[in-house]
Design a protein around this ligand. Sequence first.
Ligand code: 6PG
Length: 446
Amino acid sequence: MSDFGIIGIGRIGTSMARNMSSKGIIVSLYDKSHNSLDNLKSDYPELESSLVFDDINKFISSISKPRKVLVLVPSGPALDEVISLLIQYLDSNDILIDGGNTNPNVSFKNHQTIKSKNFLYLGMGVSGGVKGVLEGPSIMIGGDSNAFDQVKNIFSQITSKTINGSKSFEFFGDSNQGHFVKMIHNGIEYVEMQLISSIYYLMINSKKYTYDDVTKIFKKWNDIDLNSYLLEISLLKLTEKIDDSYLLDRIDDKADDNGTGRWMLKHAIDLGCSVSMLNAAIDSRFISNNNNTRSKANKLIIEDKKEYDIDFESLANAYKFCRLINYFQAFLLMDSANQSYGWNISISNALNVWSNGSIIKSNLINALLNDYLVDNILDDKNIFNNLNELKSGLINILNTSLTNDISLPCFNEALNYFNQISSPSLSTKLIQAQRNYFGSHKIKLN
Ligand code: 6PG
């Protein structure tokens, strides 16, 4: 009999199975596609002791009770299909763990369905990608605490060590908080990716700078407090070549998404919170995909490549400023969710669990934990002082981008947001007055 079942032996499922097996955990693996299973044991000798099935009945019977079954399939029809199947085969008190990127709203509904059948549920966000999941992912969990108690020993074996010395998994609450925290992680990830990409773009669009210059800057930053996993992998991609040309000179610029950023934006809208940086990051992916508009517009407006200087101290400060605002907006959204949904997600625990194994791991996360009051960010004078000091760097960079027609998604939004929250009075005064005029909406006088 095995200790644990995994359904969905794609790239992430395989990494998870290899990670568990290498810790001596006997796993049963199921995938409805033969292709995923055929060469598994010969490709990965550490899976020798695992039990591999393409028959769900045999798979279920091979797991010792109460069964723990981790589902790693895309959310949507594939997940729905697996859940309906498992409902037919599991016994009461068996544990179904959804380890995919699932919309927290869907995770909530799935929990209700599974609970009504007397099974236990964990909604679990897993970060790290193919390599991270193999070497020690960051795991964010929500659902039945009684289920968590039964699997935490396994998670403790397969995760990494966080900045505070714990293992990189955390239980965030008795409902869909695990998937919610993963969604926030992904929103932060989208903005971090866009910021790095905007910086590369600003540099490479001036005749003054080459790929070598961009890599020099990224390398320098990686050796200091600006280090992050995403900056490291960007550096690798910047130096990659195909047939003597840089990958980035050949690669199609249309950027896809799997929906997690959109979910976060929708949650923020529902809660009335601004995540303007995420919005800009998502918009830039949308615009990149808008072939028709782009091809028409860029035929009509042709600009020669410009030649401009970049002040690198300003650039570093602008980058720091934008990253702080990104986290600031994410913290306020988490705070608002805690208040509106009666949750108790600890922002410092989320940062801690992201501090190793996750895609957004960085020195900044460590600094946020050490230097700022992340659980009460609005009471932290330090962050406002830092932002104020860094702001002139951002203004410099925005000037360079505006005078040279370079769009810097997320940078403008960071400054706009900061200027608005730090101003005692906003343009929305007149909006209230306009609403009052045409809709007889009440106005409040101070
Ligand atoms: C992770 C990532 C991962 C996510 C991808 C894709 O933490 O390992 O967040 O879960 O699915 O980054 O996101 P997009 O396809 O939307 O860019």
